[in-house]
Ligand binder design. Structure first.
Ligand SMILES: NC(=O)c1ccc[n+]([C@@H]2O[C@H](COP(=O)([O-])OP(=O)(O)OC[C@H]3O[C@@H](n4cnc5c(N)ncnc54)[C@H](OP(=O)(O)O)[C@@H]3O)[C@@H](O)[C@H]2O)c1
Length: 335
């Protein structure tokens, strides 16, 4: 059968991405695998970083990026009982998600949640698991907490704000784009630009902070934690500007990301976490544990916001849209 995908052949700017067509052998379907006719592939900020060659977890080139898809099951392995041909599903992948046909172990597939459209489904795996782990497994956010969510207009941030609000927290969402404050307010949080936040010293005493910038912002934000406050670091956005590759910027951001000695945390009564979804979701125990949490999507009434769906042929434009901060919520590729 013919399959289309979008490989990273050379690192660089978005215009290096394009669709490739190849023949795939049907025999590749193992007994515990599910084959999905992909309708939508989710784009994540990490995909931009891997396209630039700035993502140390990525496999060697050439490889197909992409961590998540939604679509319809069109073949199942001989041992698979949970899924049948025609089921609408969502799947998480360890790379390889920018494809029109995906073969994945059934363990990485889950049914489309009842309240979710197929497009919204492709916006769930990475964003839900990241926000859930950061807020609740690490951060233990609960009612009455003061919560700060950086990158609140992104895919992760959109769900993180909703989850924290559901838990009964008071939430401030940060953006670097003043015109996106209304988007954050519509999610139920108070919105501030990063500049406004740093200028307002009364925005402090947080119980939980979700940091996405890395670099010197980690320290600056840590200083806004209250007693027993937790900061979970999930990204190093500061290492990328306008989707351009810069080894110097990457190094500079890494150098300015603090190394924190445990003894320095004692008197401050703080917790600092780092989160990497790829490692958590490669552990079978955690995959099962987290898959069990998917029911929370309906229970909490979580709604990913799909901003724009680009046809696969326009993948370069889709990356540009994301990396130039035009997106509110999630950007998808449609097949
Ligand atoms: N550790 C993990 O396992 C894991 C998993 C998922 C995501 N993450 C990290 O979480 C963060 C959010 O990811 P996401 O996929 O939700 O983000 P996203 O949807 O791609 O968010 C894009 C938004 O990020 C903001 N932004 C801040 N700095 C930026 C920069 N240098 N270049 C472009 N946009 C920038 C912009 O919003 P404003 O205009 O509102 O500022 C932009 O619209 C990223 O750092 C990502 O690497 C980590």
């Amino acid at each position: 059968m013919q399959v289309q995908d979008i490989p990273i052949l050379r690192y660089g700017e978005a215009n290096r991405l394009s669709v490739r067509t190849r023949d795939e052998d049907n025999a590749e379907l193992g007994p515990n695998d599910v084959r999905i006719a992909v309708k939508y592939s989710g784009i994540n900020f990490a995909d931009v970083q891997m396209r630039l060659g700035q993502y140390y977890d990525a496999p060697p080139r050439p490889f197909v990026p992409g961590y998540e898809v939604s679509g319809v099951v069109d073949a199942v392995g001989s041992e698979v009982e949970r899924y049948s041909i025609g089921d609408e599903v969502v799947a998480g992948t360890y790379f390889g998600g920018y494809t029109s046909t995906l073969v994945v172990p059934a363990q990485q597939v889950f049914p489309l949640p009842a309240s979710t459209s197929l497009a919204e489904g492709a916006a769930l795996p990475v964003n839900f698991f990241t926000a859930y782990c950061a807020l609740f497994e690490m951060g233990r956010v609960r009612e009455g907490d003061r919560v700060l969510i950086e990158c609140a207009t992104g895919g992760v941030g959109t769900l993180a704000v909703q989850m924290a609000r559901y838990a009964g927290a008071e939430v401030i969402g940060l953006t670097t784009s003043p015109d996106k404050k209304a988007y954050i307010e519509a999610l139920g949080a108070r919105a501030m630009t990063l500049d406004e936040f740093y200028a307002d010293e009364s925005a402090a005493n947080f119980d939980f902070i979700l940091n996405a910038s890395g670099g010197r912002d980690v320290k600056k934000q840590m200083n806004r934690l209250g007693l027993c406050g937790r900061i979970v670091c999930i990204g190093i956005n500061a290492s990328v500007r306008d989707g351009k590759k810069s080894t110097l910027r990457l190094l500079w951001t890494a150098l300015r990301t603090p190394i924190i000695p445990v003894l320095a945390l004692f008197n401050k009564n703080r917790g600092v976490f780092g989160f990497n979804g790829l490692t958590v979701l490669q552990d079978p125990v955690w995959v099962e544990r987290l898959t069990g949490k998917l029911a929370l999507i309906d229970e909490m009434g979580l709604r990913p916001h799909v901003d724009k769906i680009f046809p696969a042929a326009d993948v370069a434009e889709a990356h540009r849209f994301l990396e130039t901060k035009q997106a509110r919520g999630k950007v998808l590729i449609g097949w």
